[in-house]
Structures are given as C-alpha cells and as structure tokens.
Design a protein. Sequence first.
Length: 610
Amino acid sequence: MSKQPSLIGRFFRLLGSVFNTLRKIIVNLVFFGLLGLLLVGLSQDDTVELEPGSALVLNLDGIVVEQKRHQDPLEMITQSSDAPREILLADILLAIREAGEDDRIAGLVLKPGSLQAGMAKLDDIGKAIEQFKESGKPVLMQAGYLDQRNYFLASFADEIQLNPGGMVAIEGMGIYRLYYKEVLEKLKVKTHLFRVGKYKSFAESYTRDSMSDEAKEANQAVLDDLWSSYVAKVSANRTLDPAALNLDLDQLAVVLEQQDGDFAKLALAGGLVDSLATDIEMRQALFDQFGHRKGEEHELKAIGLNGYLGHVRPTLPPNGDQQVAIIVAKGTILNGEQPAGTIGGVSTARLLREARQDDNVKAVVLRIDSGGGSAYASEQIRQEVVALQQAGKPVVASMGSVAASGGYWIAANADHIYAQPNTITGSIGIISLITTFEDAADAIGVSVDGVATTEMAGLSVLRPLPDGFKRILQLNMDKGYRDFIELVAEARGLSVDEVDNIAQGRVWSGQAALGIGLVDELGDLDQAVETAAALAQLDDFQQRIIGPTLSPEQEFIQQLLGEAQAWLPQSHNASWSKLAHQFLAPLKQQLTLDDPQHLYLLCLECGSEL
C-alpha cells in the first residue's frame, strides 16, 4: 500500500516534466521564429520596385473596412482567427486615384476573390475606378468566378475576361435570419424582450419562429432600393437591358439550356463578359500589354496594393494649423475603452475630445459605419459631438455602408449629414433583451435561495424577473425612445410626430432617408470633408485622421508580422467558418453587448453588409 502513492507521485512528476519541456520548446520556437522574421524584415528593402509601364493589380480578397481592427501578433502569426483579411477602404481609394495620375502606372487589373463589402463601399470603389478611367488607361477584370459583389466592380472595367470553366453569379439581395425561439424553449431558457418601435426587430430571433410582417415590410423596402441601385449602375456600365439581371429561376433555366448548360457561354452571350480565356491566355494577355519585369522573363511588370501604397502613402503627418480631422466610428458601439475596429463610449469620445482640444483642427468629419449598440456609450459620443460644436468647430457626419440606430444617434446633431444612396440608416428605436435560466436550472436540479435588503438586490438570471422590474425597465425604455425622437426632431428641424412616424425602429436606404429628412445630402467622404472645410471657412486645409494609436513597438510588430503572413500557409475552412458565423453571430453579438441599463440602439439587419 505504501508504494502506490510513490508510483502516482512519480507519474505526475514525470507528466509535469514533459509539459514543462514542451512549454520551453514552444516558447523557444516562437522566439526564434520571430527573431528570424525580424532579421528577414530588416534585410529587405521596404519599398517594392515600381517600373515605368507597370500594371496596378488589385486582388479583391477580404473584407473592406473603414478601420482595421486591432489584431494580436500571436493571432496573426498562427492564423488562429477565422476572420477574413481586412482591406482598408481608404487604401484602395488612395491607390486607384494616385495610379490614375502616376505616369509609372499603365493600367489597372482587377482580380476577384472572397470580397466582402457593403454596397456603399463598392460604390466608392466604383467611383474611384471611373475617375481612373478618365486618364485613358485601361481597366481589366480577369476572373474565373464572379459573384455579385465582384461583378459590380467588374462592370466598371473596360474589358471583362472570364475563364471558360467559370461563371457570373448574380443572385439578387435578401435578408434571412435564424430564429431560436423553439430551441430556447426546449432548453427552458426564457427571453424577456422590451422594445419601443414596431419595426425594431433586433431580438425577434429569440422571441419568434419567423420574421414579423413589420420587419418584412421594412427590410423589403431597403432591399428594393439597394437592388434597384445595383441593377441601374451595372446595366448602365455594361449597356445591358436591366431585365437581364432580374431573371427568375425558370427564365434562367431556359437561357442556360440554349447554351447547353454552359454558364461561361451564357455570360458571354448575355453581354456580362467580353471574352472567354484560360488563365494561361489571360496571363499572356497581360504580358503582351504591360511586358515583363526587367531581367525576369516570367514575372509581369506589375505591383500590388501594398507595394504601391509604399510609394504613394504620405509618410509625414499633417503639421499645418488649418486641419479637417476625420474620426472613424466603425463597428458595434460598446462601453468603455475599445480597440480599433470597435466603437468605445470612452475611447471614441476621447478621439473627438482630442480634436476639440487641438487648435490646429478647425472642423471634424465623423465617418460612421455602425449598426449601433449601447445606448449609454452612444450618448457619451454624442455629447462630445455637441462639445465640438460649442467650441466653434463644425461637425459633418459621413455615413458609410451603415449608420443606423446608435449609429444614427451619434450623427443626429451634426451640422450636416451625408449618406450614400446605398447606406442603411434610420432604425430609430430602442430595445432591451434579458435572458434568464430559472427553468433550465430547475430542470437540472439547481435552485437559488437567500436573503436581501431589497427586491432589486435579489435579481438573478437564475430567478424569474419580478413584474415590478419589468415595468420599470419598460418605463425607462419609453423615456429612451422619447429622448431619441426628440433629439432627432430638434437636430433635424422636424416635429416630434414627424420623427415618430418615420422612426419606430424602421431602417431606410440613404436615398429614402434623404426624402424624409434624416440626412441632408447624398455624397461620399470627400464631399463631407469639403463641406466641413467650407463650414469652417477654410480655403486651404489639410486632412488629418485621428484614430487609436499604437506604440512604436506595436506598429513595428504588426507591420512585420503582417508581411510575414504572406509566407504562411493559408487556412481553407472558409465554408465551415461561414456556416459557424451564420449560426453563432447573433448569439456572439448578444454576449458582447454591455450597456449598464440593458438599453440598446441596435440594428441587426444592418450587419448584413448588403
């Protein structure tokens, strides 16, 4: 008997030694790997050579964002995140516009990928391509498969080449959601929904088995506006009959049968593309047009986005005393300090305060790409917008793909509001969602009991919500909704009844929002900057981006590891990731919401990146 503990002790000591050795090996591998990357980075020239007559090649693979999220270096090197690669919209626009005036660039080549971008962002890129074409330089799209987003950009090209084995997939637009009511009932989980606004459908996934009639009405109206804009632009770019982009399944089957089931030939016959060519033929066409890199027989004379940005991106920050600051509010609105790529009540308010306290900044453009979030954090940000105005600095709101609910709250007081025709905005309403597990706990034999000085002190997700608490929360929400519509009414010069009629949590396209007075003008970020300068009476000014800052060490590591990612094996679980995201995104979003009063100005449909 006395030997058994000794054997067990030796086993666990051996196990501990093995784990300790493995830990040291892993730490050393990571350290020397990073050291190797550092040496490689230091030994390479920072700027990719740009030969005269080069093509600017844009690989449209990733999610186009207004602001990149902070990424942990270890996550970057291990690629442990399923999030797609982020491409900064401003970088794409800068590269295309500079290339149009750059004598070293002879043409623009678009390559499709897993592109994720809202229609407003695609429209911005399309306008930049149109501006590039004014230089007389060619724009080519070479593709094997063109989905709807990629085809929108392809339609701006002078020529679209498609692989004979490929296809063009234009499917239309839709909003479909998962509904969890039945599964939550089976799990004995209770969802308590409080809302103001008949169109405020954020929490329907937890309380219904289907989309409400009100949500269908609002969503269909937005989809019709966005789809009409898509069809009008593409058909004009390609000189197509708009009906060709609106085929139902039976019509598609008929025309496909005429082409023996060949989607590539169907695209060519329908005028969607200009020619069919293999990848080898397309590559040779580029060599014929742009030539070979000097001394490299098999390398095209071309440069990619990141390489070209190294030549044209400004290296010195603005230092004049006549500045228009651009502050990006992108992502879900949360409380406190939040990293880049997310809006924080404290961190985003600080950026606005920095602009207010800087004497060189004379006006501010608040660029919004958000479906909202915490009501409290939204109000913190709005207060800083008002403080800027009280300091004599005009504020112009520029809406990107989405500026709804809390995103509209922080825009409402701006001196001038710009939206794009395809912006999703509005959703003026308020909701509260509380989930309790008392029935689930009871089913597995868990109970809660105790004492407290007040009923409020006994609140728990494992106990039923008292009726008094529900009444208090609804009263608070009613006040929040009144505050919202009164805020909008005063800021927009409308009556409370007029705002209430167009509010009710309903979403609108930017085009529709202009007609009902929620925005002042349709336009992009550049127009917003020009208007901000005019309001501040600036004839000559500099643009300056005020955003989250990284330490020099963080910037160096991010840049170094960002370059190293190109040499790492890529993950190929996109389908599984997309499916997991579809199931878990609403639940994940609910878990991240952190308003202290459980009050949210949030639009779920707005996250669809239509």
